[in-house]
Design a protein around this ligand. Structure first.
Ligand code: ADP
Ligand code: ZN
Length: 207
């Protein structure tokens, strides 16, 4: 026999896709509805991403909701308090403990909603989102519009040769592209000769 549970069952929802696909819009929509239902909501985003202000999630379409900054996923646990719903944006920047933290919050009976990039600018899985997808109860994949051909876009194109997987983009550094129009930028260091960089060389670098 199982012991009766002291609190309701929690779960994990993940929203993934490329940049401009509406992940933040969708996260804000779900969090707003929870607030309308008078649920206690806490919202977090990584301190690395303060492009549009430190104290709000802001979507590319300018919808916004107040949020707190955290350095890594572990910082969320002491701040979660009595929240019934936890919203987390840009999960790919919160470090390898994000799945464990989300799992712990769900075990505590909370609804955990995480948005983030599922692929990096090379089209490679962007940890720890794949691990989070594996343990989530609900998964939503959002697509953008390919800026080249208008097809549904699942990839994020880096439009200038920058080094490192994490380069937080100002305007114009990234755009949404479909599989066919997406290209991996040439990152061969200038003057390095034929050897150049091998694929994945910068895969875990931060810039
Ligand atoms: P994400 O969090 O996935 O980066 P946002 O929720 O911040 O996306 O922004 C989505 C909004 O971006 C769309 O509603 C639209 O207004 C705008 N947008 C800009 N470029 C594109 C594009 N290529 N495809 C789709 N939406 C785009
Ligand atoms: Zn295309």
């Amino acid at each position: 026999m199982h012991e009766p549970r002291p609190h309701p069952t929690g779960w994990i929802e993940v929203v993934v896709g490329p940049m401009y696909s509406g992940k933040t819009e969708e996260l804000i929509r779900r969090l707003r509805r929870a607030q309308i239902a008078r649920q206690r909501v806490e919202i977090f985003k990584p301190a690395i991403d303060v492009r549009y202000g430190a104290d709000h999630l802001v979507s590319h379409s300018e919808s916004r909701i107040p949020s707190q900054l955290v350095a890594t996923a572990n910082d969320i646990l002491p701040l979660a308090g009595e929240a019934q719903v936890i919203g987390i944006d840009e999960g790919q920047f919160l470090g390898p403990d994000l799945p464990k933290v989300a799992d712990r919050l769900a075990e505590d009976g909370k609804r955990v909603i995480v948005a983030g990039l599922d692929q990096d600018y090379r089209g490679q899985p962007f940890e720890p989102m794949p691990q989070l997808l594996a343990i989530a109860e609900y998964i939503t994949k959002t697509l953008a519009i390919c800026v080249v051909c208008g097809a549904p876009a699942s990839r994020t194109q880096r439009t200038r040769p920058e080094h490192g997987r994490v380069v937080v983009g100002g305007a114009g550094l990234y755009e949404a592209r479909c599989r066919r129009c997406h290209t991996i930028p040439d990152e061969t260091p200038a003057g390095s000769g034929a050897g150049g960089s091998t694929p994945g060389q910068n895969a875990t670098e931060t810039a």
